[in-house]
Design a protein around this ligand. Structure first.
Ligand code: ZN
Length: 133
């Protein structure tokens, strides 16, 4: 019994046209186009990863680095991470961890310096405060 052939207007029929060296007919072309359109859209939707930034909109380098790290981590942990993405993403993750650490240390040092300056100011103020006699 011969294999049942898919009718025109299907992807299988379009492939059959090509196999036979025929021109793909308009119905089959339309079927392929529709498939590509659907598949591309699904692909785009599935590649979206939601990361909650708490509505913050910032240019602070430390916050941005932390958010980027959150995006990379979420991507790596999701089922959207393709095998080819693993190496670049893990590398990026390591870079971001370093950057966050570096920026956190800077922030901490600036904070300490600021506090130190405030203390010094208070001391200076106290020194020059006229004492009631
Ligand atoms: Zn056809």
């Amino acid at each position: 019994m011969p294999r049942e052939l898919k009718p025109c207007g299907t992807r299988a029929a379009a492939q059959r046209h090509r196999r036979h060296g025929e021109e793909v007919c308009p119905d089959c072309k339309a079927a392929e186009r529709e498939h590509r359109r659907k598949y591309a859209r699904r692909d785009r939707v599935e590649k979206t990863i939601q990361v909650d930034f708490g509505g913050a909109n910032t240019t602070d380098p430390l916050t941005v680095a932390r958010e980027n790290l959150a995006i990379v981590t979420a991507t790596l942990r999701s089922d959207k991470c393709l095998p080819k993405d693993i190496v670049p993403l893990t590398k990026r993750r390591e870079e971001l961890v370093q950057l966050v650490q570096q920026l956190s240390t800077q922030h901490e040092e600036e904070r300490m310096e600021q506090q130190g300056a405030e203390v010094a100011e208070n001391v200076a103020e106290a020194a020059f405060r006229p004492t009631a006699v």
